[in-house]
Design a protein around this ligand. Structure first.
Ligand code: C2E
Ligand code: CA
Ligand code: CA
Ligand code: CA
Length: 279
């Protein structure tokens, strides 16, 4: 803000000031949220293409802000990543998700899996694997019921460490999935060498499947390649029957999206599973 000769420049500066103060407020509120139990997990089912059965769900974080209502994870997670607040938040997410699934299992809902999104900071922390073991032990959840979703970016940030961690997860029996596949640097070579079980095709490729030949080609290429490498393919953001049909034709294994269910709180998920809500 040195040169304030032009008005445009001044306007720009004050806009940045507003952004900065908003972020500061958000950061302060997030601290209160961590201490005041304002976070919730919602769960979105994954559905098997063949059997139409729910195989598990993804845990999605929700912040119920006392003034602003629900704040999107797309807004507060990147900030929490910057401030380091993601660490206690992520630990809470893992604990909650494992405990919730453990409870569902006790109620006889069978072999379901829960997928938890990992933040880069969380994945790279020295104590990460110990934290995971501790949480699994205290929740009583078998390791095979937990899946961790990583973005391609996490793998490329510190590749050595990522490889070491992924093999350690495999050793522990925890599954790993690549999230938002196709949006990152897509260094396909890593897929061949890493213990990854699932690949989640990003919603941006699914969105226009019904109108874009190109997207159909991309998706069919991803699925063929993934299958050749022995990976299970999930399509994210499936919203309509047309998209589902195309994905089915291409041999997609699992669907996730509003067509089947929106993310929902645990209570609704229980009802959803009880009623076997899928036709
Ligand atoms: P993501 O991991 O790609 O999660 C999928 C997002 O797509 C979710 O948004 C979900 O609500 C949304 N979605 C699912 N099906 C559909 C559909 O059919 N149509 C449309 N339009 N959207 C659909 P959400 O819950 O807002 O989460 C946004 C992102 O925030 C997530 O993207 C993930 O990157 C991050 N996130 C959420 N929870 C956590 C968490 O516990 N830890 C970390 N580190 N990140 C999280
Ligand atoms: Ca995800
Ligand atoms: Ca995703
Ligand atoms: Ca995404």
């Amino acid at each position: 803000a040195k040169k304030l000769g032009r008005n445009t420049c001044r306007t720009y500066t004050s806009e940045i000031d507003t952004q900065v103060s908003q972020r500061l407020a958000l950061r302060r509120d997030m601290q209160a949220a961590i201490e005041g139990r304002q976070f919730e997990l919602h769960y979105q089912p994954l559905v098997c293409a063949r059997s139409a059965r729910v195989t598990g769900f993804e845990a999605l974080l929700r912040w119920r802000h006392p003034v602003h209502g629900y704040v999107s994870p797309g807004v507060f997670i990147p900030l929490a990543e910057e401030t380091g607040q993601i660490v206690p938040i992520s630990e809470w997410v893992l604990e909650r998700a494992c405990r919730d699934l453990s409870d569902l299992r006790c109620q006889g809902f069978g072999e379901l899996r829960v997928a938890v999104n990992l933040s880069p900071l969380q994945f790279q922390r020295p104590g990460f694997l110990d934290t995971l073991s501790r949480i699994l032990a205290s929740s009583g959840l078998p390791a095979r019921c937990l899946e961790l979703e990583l973005t391609e970016g996490i793998l490329l940030e510190d590749t050595e460490l990522a490889i070491e961690r992924l093999f350690a997860l495999q050793e522990m029996g925890i599954g790993a999935s690549i999230d938002d596949f196709g949006t990152g640097y897509s260094s396909l070579s890593y897929l061949k060498h890493l213990p990854i079980g699932k690949l989640k095709i990003d919603r941006s490729f699914v969105q226009e499947l019904a109108s874009s030949e190109r997207d159909v080609d991309i998706v069919s290429g991803i699925i063929a390649m993934a299958h050749r490498l022995g990976l299970t393919v999930v399509a994210e953001g499936v919203e309509n029957e047309k998209q589902r049909r195309i994905l089915e034709d291409q041999g997609c294994d699992l669907y996730q999206g509003f067509l089947f269910a929106r993310p929902m709180p645990l209570g609704s998920l229980q009802a959803f599973l009880e009623n076997g809500c899928l036709a």
